[in-house]
Design a protein around this ligand. Sequence first.
Ligand SMILES: *Cc1c(COP(=O)(O)O)cnc(C)c1O
Length: 406
Amino acid sequence: MIDLNTYLRNFPDSNGYFGEYGGAILPEALVPAFKEVSDAYQTICHSAQFINELRRIRKQFQGRPTPVYHCERLSQKLGACQIYLKREDLNHTGAHKLNHCMGEGLLAKYMGKKKLIAETGAGQHGVALATAAAFFGLECEIHMGAVDIAKQAPNVTRMKILGANVVPVTHGLQTLKEAVDSAFQSYLKDYKDSIYCIGSVLGPHPFPVMVRDFQMCIGVEAREQFLEMTGLLPDAICASVGGGSNAMGLFTAFLGDPVDIYGVEPLGKGPTLGDHSASLTYGKKGMMHGFESIMLTDENGEPAPVHSIASGLDYPSVGPEHAYLRDINRVKYATASDKEAVDAFFKLSRYEGIIPALESSHAIAYAMKLAKEMKTGSILVNCSGRGDKDVDYVVENYGFGEEYAF
Ligand SMILES: *Cc1c(COP(=O)(O)O)cnc(C)c1O
C-alpha cells in the first residue's frame, strides 16, 4: 500500500516521469507547444473557477455521477463473491472517454484556443472529442486512416454530424500510426490556435497525468458510492487496460486503500507477438510517440503489430503510470482473451440486462474468474462503455451466444 497524498504530490516528477517511465521526448519544434499546455494545466487545475465549471458540466451535460450497480444474478451464478459495476456505459456518449475530452475542451477554452486536434483509430476518441468541441463551440479536426474510415463508418458519421472535420490519411498503412503523424504535423503548423488532445493516459507529459486527473472522477465517485452501499471498501477492483485511462480513472482513488487492484490486458488470440496487445505482460522498455514506457516492438524497435477483438484496446504500449505501478507492485496486471471477453459480453447481457463494450468485457471476464477464486468478498469492475457499437460484429462472428450460458 502507498500513502495516496504523498504519491500524488511526488508523481510524476517535474519532467513528467513516473519512476523511469514517461517524459516528453519531442521534436524541437513541438517542445514549446507541450510546455505551454503543461504550464497552463499546472495553473488551471488549481483554479476554483475551472474546477467548479468542470463539476457543473459533469453533472448537467454528462449525467454524472454514474451509478454503481450490484450484479446479483451474475454473482450468484459464480458463487458467494459479489461483483459490482461502475457504470461508465451510462456516461453521455456511452463511455468514459468523454470525461477527459470535456476536461481537454475546457482547458482549450481557458487557454483561448480555437481548435481541438486529434487522431482516432476506431473512432471512439474522435466522437468524444467532437462532442466536447460542439459543447464548447470549438473547431474539431480528427485525423483518421482511410482504412479505419472505411471500417468505422458509423463513428465517422457521428463525428461529421457533430461538426468535426474528419481528415482522411492516405499514406502508408492508412491506419492509426499514420493518423498520429498526420495529426502531429497539423498541430505543428497551428499550435498557437489549437490544442492536441490525446485520447488516453499516453503521449508526452502532461497528458498522462492530465488525462488521469480528468478521469479520476470515476474512482472518487465509485469509492464513495460503494462505501455508502455496503459500509465497506471492495476487496478488489479491476479495469481493462488499453492505453490505461479508464483503469487509472478507477484505480487512483483506491491506491492508498487495502484493496487489490487488477489491470486486465487483451490477450487476443494468444501470446504470439502480433496476436495480442498485452503490452505490460509481454513487452519491454522502449520509447514511442513521445514517451517512455513498456511496449511491444518488432526486431527493429518499431511498434509491433497488435490485435484485440476490442479495437479500443489494440495499442502497442501503455500509459507510463501503469508501468510504474506494476514495478512497485501496487497494481497487478492480468490478461483476458478475445474468447473470454465474448463470453463475458454475453453473460452480462443475459444475466444482468447490460450489453458491455468489448473493451469492458475484458475486465468483466477477469472479474468472473477472480470471483470464483476469491469465493467470498467483493469486486468492483469498471464497465467503461456500452456495447451497442459491437453488437453487429459479435453476432456476425459468434451468433447470439447460446453456448455462453452458465
Ligand atoms: C477506448 C476505450 C477503452 C480503452 O482505453 P483506456 O485508455 O485503456 O481506458 C476501454 N473501454 C472503452 C469503452 C473504450 O472506448
